[in-house]
Design a protein around this ligand. Structure first.
Ligand code: FRU
Length: 463
């Protein structure tokens, strides 16, 4: 597989994404004892390219203050907390049944073993506040003077900002109240990254939030939102009208996303949790539940309508092998009948191919279908089967050229349009075993389709 999964058992949010020298650490919400979302620990893995991972022992386990919920890890170069110069400090939520508080743990051996701070918790919830979690901590360097630690914390419907000099004593300094997609939406996992602006020698702050809502039928829906803005280490001010945020991923399986500020190419890299509960068949198809999305490099593109966030899949060199290329003549249907198990499909048109439909189809027991269609200036994506995505309209973006990239791994599909200016992630259904890719080109443009097969072990099973 191309995707990161735990060695076994349950996984949800990525946590504590930190680069220490050439090593990228990935911690994650993990129940080492089962396939259910409970008994949360921090699992741990390391990589040098965000593709090949080495699993390490579980880093943090529940204790008398509660389970270990999401949070950040930082390198304390100046030893502000007194745990040792260069120690890695995890700032996370301790979650008891009706009480969430923020705590610290530290590692002085490069992240392998961890000790919890004896003075935990370092931030207690105010009276009556239940949803109080997922601290994101950054080292903020003002133009002049000493740096400090800034924290964004998800508190009910809002994001609270705190400041500290030593990671232990925190002062609340501001509140950011975003517009909500649903009236009762709860915010989770705030993320703050400095993202480079393409073609300019500067960065902008980007705030990323995961929001979820319990719908009247009892089901839960969630999505990830983003906004560019100004951040002075105390207050976040959106660069858009007030508090409006945009959807970062248009699929149904991308949540709780967080990133490394400095990826392998010194650009921030974001990953999200792809929830696989829906596809837990009986018996489950594998001994784990939950995967991380393909890592995405983030860049901002200036456009007349404001910033566009480009999310480009980061796949280590050599992941894909030589490809198969097909012309897509105007007004015709083209079919690729023999597909590798894991592959990337790239489409290119020199203009807006109004009326093109791309269909991934599986046959036999799994009669699944995934369709991307261009209708005027919009795209629709439909995934049928268990993880019904429903049609969702997405703007096409630039059409000079018009580019679509689909990454199909065992059990998931991620779609990137217009160089990653639009992204959509799905788990299950068709990703399990597509047997056929059809392009019905009802447009008046001819295009090109390329299939790159993956060199991972899964392709041993190639049909
Ligand atoms: C988001 C989330 C976080 C919380 C964690 C618990 O998926 O609900 O808010 O810290 O998962 O596993």
């Amino acid at each position: 597989m191309l995707h990161f999964t735990p060695p076994h058992s349950w996984m949800n949010d990525p946590n504590g994404l930190v680069r220490v020298g050439a090593t990228f650490h990935l911690f994650y919400q993990h129940n080492p004892e089962g396939l259910e979302h409970e008994n949360l620990h921090w699992g741990h893995a390391v990589s040098s390219d965000l593709f090949a991972w080495t699993h390490l022992p579980v880093a943090l386990a529940p204790d008398e203050l509660g389970e270990i919920f999401s949070g950040t890890a930082v390198v304390d170069r100046d030893d502000t907390a007194g745990f040792g110069r260069g120690s890695i400090v995890a700032v996370f939520t301790h979650a008891a049944r009706d009480r969430q508080s923020q705590s610290l743990a530290f590692s002085t051996d490069g992240g392998v073993t961890w000790e919890k701070y004896a003075g935990n918790p370092v931030i207690e919830p105010p009276e009556g506040v239940v949803d109080f979690r997922d601290p994101k901590v950054v080292r903020y360097q003002p133009d002049s003077g000493d740096p400090w630690w800034a924290m964004a914390l998800a508190v009910g419907h809002d994001v609270w900002f705190y400041r500290s000099v030593d990671l232990k004593r925190w002062e609340r300094v501001s509140v950011f109240a975003p517009e909500r997609p649903w009236p009762g939406a709860t915010i989770e996992v705030p993320e703050l990254l400095q993202v480079p602006v393409i073609g300019e020698n500067r960065t902008e702050w980007v705030l990323i939030l995961s929001v979820h809502e319990r719908l009247p039928d009892g089901s839960i829906t969630g999505e990830v939102l983003w906004a560019p803005g100004r951040f002075d280490g105390l207050t976040f001010e959106s660069a858009r009208d007030m508090t409006r945020m945009e959807r970062l991923d248009h699929g149904t399986h991308f949540y709780a996303s967080t990133g490394w500020q400095n990826g392998p190419n010194d650009v921030p890299v974001l990953i999200g949790w792809m929830d696989e509960r829906d596809r837990l068949l009986n018996p489950p198809p594998q001994p784990w539940c939950g995967r991380m999305s393909i890592p995405r490099e983030l860049r901002l593109r200036s456009s007349a309508g404001g910033y566009v966030l480009e999310q480009r899949p980061l796949l280590a060199c050599g992941v894909f092998a030589a490809s198969h290329q097909t012309e897509l003549p105007a007004g015709r249907e083209s079919t690729v009948a023999s597909l590798p198990r894991v592959f990337r499909a790239s489409l290119r048109f020199d203009g807006l191919p109004d009326g093109v439909r791309v269909v991934l189809q599986s046959e036999g027991d799994l009669d699944e279908r995934f369709e991307l269609a261009v209708r005027g200036p919009h795209l629709s994506l439909e995934a049928n089967g268990r993880n019904q995505a429903g049609p969702s309209l997405i703007e096409v973006g630039r059409t000079d050229p018009f580019l679509v990239e689909m990454i199909v791994d065992t059990g998931s599909i991620e779609v990137f349009v217009d160089g990653g200016a639009r992204a959509a992630s799905f788990v299950g259904g068709i990703g399990l075993a597509p047997t056929k890719l059809e392009v019905a080109n009802a447009s008046d443009l001819s295009g090109e389709l390329r299939i790159d097969s993956s060199l991972t072990r899964d392709n041993d099973l190639q049909r």
